[in-house]
Design a protein around this ligand. Structure first.
Ligand code: C2O
Ligand code: CU
Ligand code: CU
Length: 493
């Protein structure tokens, strides 16, 4: 591991989004702070007359990140990438060009669309300089929700995501039509972390604990450091939050304000759930409402520490509960202090908006026709070094690991016997969590990525509907996925 000199270290900590809590009162004096709208960096592409069509180009180069120049990977030069919005029945047509120096492709995380052809097909490899037209339809019964797109070329996923390649894919529908939600002020928060040197260049993966999952100290929301967001006094705010980081978990809390959770990965809950903290693993999304019922003022959105485990003897229990390489970012920075990610400001008062009492119903799934067990762990493989395993095996592209029948419901019991937490994700087929360590879930929800903490067992129920073909499931700490924690899933007619 190469050394980082002290000057670089200081530059990084100052540039780091980690504004220590004690200094949050100095935010107003921060010259880098602009009043830009938080989505100023990204364009919006909405469907019109049943069609969402756009050109999308992946390239590397200089972009603006928090008011400074950074050399990253981006779609259409934007961090985060353009926000796409469509409705059920719309056709989506993306003219994609790969101007990266590596192969890549596009995955539509959370969308329930075909996994074959030029749709959500992660087995496509678009070579440097190549173009492809992606085309698919959003099914008529597709739930409204917060989905996203990112590269999924196996072996390069973490690297490309960490370069910045990620954007929101919003499906509008029933949830958006609930009157209280319609009256809320809608805001999108894309969380990304970066590891850059003082020249704005990406640090090599040696500096970012790629083995346990790379993290960077520069945490951005919509490509900005500590942006100011606003909330109408008496009103409601609807935050739609995406964790687009390859490995970093976010544990969010908002000073003096509870969150009212209204949607998870797969869309609406049955009713709002009051919650004081949000834990978002890589890949996960939530939608929350915030009520503007406190004293008008400034409130911090904080990221609280979370220990997701580490390697071998360096895991839980040693080093004061933190892994030495436990994915706590680089350079041994102490991550035990909460950091401020954004500042919420009260705006002019509006007519009071109540919370919705009911959202959308969530069906109870039928008993499973099949129960399977997946064991997550890591180990050393001769010639490969550290590998991440599902049922003792690292990923192999030509092996079918799991064969399921279309139009059946299955229970998967996912057991984590390792020393690191793993967020387990299945493509194109949302599921419900049934129980954790045998304890049933407090409320039903649709999700596509579930945290399986080390030492724990999570049982999920998955209906395989509509689309046959080959796709994947994997750990959404994308270094783990690239290092083998993925399986091929064949959905047969
Ligand atoms: Cu965001 Cu294979 O997924
Ligand atoms: Cu996915
Ligand atoms: Cu993992």
């Amino acid at each position: 591991m190469s050394k980082i000199n002290r000057r670089t270290f200081i530059a990084l900590s100052v540039a780091g989004a980690g504004v220590a809590l004690g200094t949050s009162c100095a935010i107003g004096q921060n010259s880098k702070q602009t009043s830009k709208s938080p989505i100023a960096g990204s364009s919006l592409h909405q469907s019109r007359d049943g069609l969402l069509e756009l050109d999308l180009e992946a390239s590397s180069g200089a972009v603006d990140l928090g008011g400074q120049q950074a050399y990253l990977l981006s779609y259409n030069g934007q961090i985060p990438a353009p926000r796409l919005e469509a409705k059920p029945r719309d056709t989506v047509r993306i003219h994609f060009t790969n101007n990266l120096s590596q192969p890549t492709n596009l995955h539509y995380h959370g969308l329930h669309i075909p996994v074959t052809g030029n749709a959500d097909n992660v087995f496509l490899s678009i070579e440097p300089g190549e173009r492809i037209d992606y085309e698919f339809m959003i099914p008529q019964d597709h739930p409204a929700g917060t989905f996203w797109y990112h590269p999924h070329r196996h072996g390069l996923v973490a690297e490309q995501l960490f370069g910045g390649l990620a954007g929101l894919f919003i499906v509008r529908g029933e949830l958006d039509e609930i009157p209280e939600i319609q009256a809320a002020k809608e805001e999108f928060l894309v969380l990304q972390d970066f590891a850059l040197n003082e020249n704005g260049r990406m640090l090599s993966s040696n500096h970012t604990s790629a083995m346990t999952g790379r993290e960077g100290q520069l945490i951005t929301i919509n490509g900005q450091l500590n942006p100011t967001l606003s909330l109408p006094a008496n009103g409601l705010l609807r935050w739609r939050i995406l964790n687009a980081s390859p490995s970093r978990f976010y544990r969010l809390s908002l000073e003096n304000h509870p969150f009212y959770l209204i949607a998870t990965d797969g869309g609406a809950l049955a009713e709002p759930v009051e919650i004081s903290e949000l834990l978002l693993t890589p890949g996960q999304r939530v939608e929350v409402l915030v009520r503007g019922d406190r004293n008008p003022g400034q409130y911090s959105l904080r990221n609280l520490p979370y220990n997701r485990g580490g390697m071998g003897m360096m895991g839980r229990g040693m080093m004061g509960g933190r892994g030495m390489m436990g994915g706590r970012g680089m350079m041994g920075r102490d991550d035990n202090t909460p950091t401020v990610l954004a500042t919420l400001n009260y705006d002019k008062a509006v007519e009071p908006v109540p919370l919705p009492t009911k959202l959308l119903s969530i069906p109870t799934l039928p008993e499973p026709q099949q129960v399977r067990r997946f064991q997550l762990n890591h180990g050393m493989a001769p010639g490969m070094g550290m590998v991440f395993l599902i049922n003792g095996q690292p990923y192999k592209s030509d092996r079918i690991d799991t064969q399921v029948q279309l139009n059946t419901v299955e229970d998967w019991e996912i057991v984590n016997t390792g020393m690191m937490d793993h967020p387990f994700h299945i493509h194109a087929n949302p599921f419900q969590v049934i129980s954790r360590n045998g304890k049933s879930e407090p409320y039903p929800a649709w999700t596509d990525t579930v945290l399986v903490p080390r030492g724990e067992t999570v049982r999920i129920r998955i209906p395989f509907r509509d689309f046959a073909g080959k796709t994947v499931y994997h750990c959404h700490i994308l270094d783990h996925e690239d290092l083998g924690m993925m399986g091929n899933l064949d959905i047969q007619v």
